[in-house]
Design a protein around this ligand. Sequence first.
Ligand code: B1M
Length: 214
Amino acid sequence: LPLEERLTRYVVEGSKDGLLPDLDEALQKYDDPLDIINGPLMTGMDEVGRLFNDNQLIVAEVLQSAEVMKASVAHLEPYMEKAQSETKGKVLLATVKGDVHDIGKNLVEIILSNNGYEVINLGIKVPPEQLIDACRRERPDVVGLSGLLVKSAQQMVLTAQDMKEADIDTPILVGGAALTRKFTDNRIAPQYDGPVLYAKDAMNGLDLTNRLRN
Ligand code: B1M
């Protein structure tokens, strides 16, 4: 099989046999390691999502695919471009209450911290109270919320409401598969006093965070 198809297959099959040498080969071929993640590995994850939706995979198998994705990101991370710059600001990151999906959020953490941001990653299933406490303690410049479930989009609305009630207006960056710009603008932003920005992927999240500083 060609390299790209092999990489996609590791994710779909949840198998790590031969993964690292193939990632090394991909590093020779691709200029930017992020293109390996966004390309063949994401193609695999999308296929996993489709198969899971069709009841052709069970949760335990999806978890193995997630392990392959995480191992790949960890292997590629040292090769990603790092900007040598002063600290640009502090970002608080969380997957919202009720949601355990964290691969996208952790990718956002890598991209932001490689580009000069101090990132405080609060982890998964983070309730609004915990975010509010962390905002008061850490005084971040941006709060990043991730969520992949349809109900997580709704949870972001509630989180924004709770943060507003706590008198917080720190800019919020939101992202995740179930979310759209339209939902962000029409449903989340009106519940909040500060800006609420939708990022379609981790790089877009970095661009938006950079723009907030200017
Ligand atoms: Co779940 N899962 N899952 N899952 N899972 C989805 C999301 C689903 C679409 C699959 C499907 O049915 N087709 C579906 C959601 C349905 C819905 O609500 N619409 C689903 C479901 C139903 C579930 C469970 C309910 C299954 C069950 O238990 N019956 C359960 C939920 C548990 C819970 O959260 N309470 C569940 C569990 C799991 C696993 C634990 C097995 C595993 C997660 C492991 C982990 O994360 N540690 C898992 C996985 C792996 C997936 C899929 C297959 C892949 C997600 C992923 O990691 N993608 C997913 C299907 C899919 O998305 N195709 C699916 C790769 C990652 C890099 O992309 O996170 O989208 P993503 O991040 C992107 C962008 O979205 C964006 O940037 C990234 C790219 O650069 N982004 C941000 C994300 N967050 C951002 C934040 C930002 C900026 C950009 O700023 C702050």
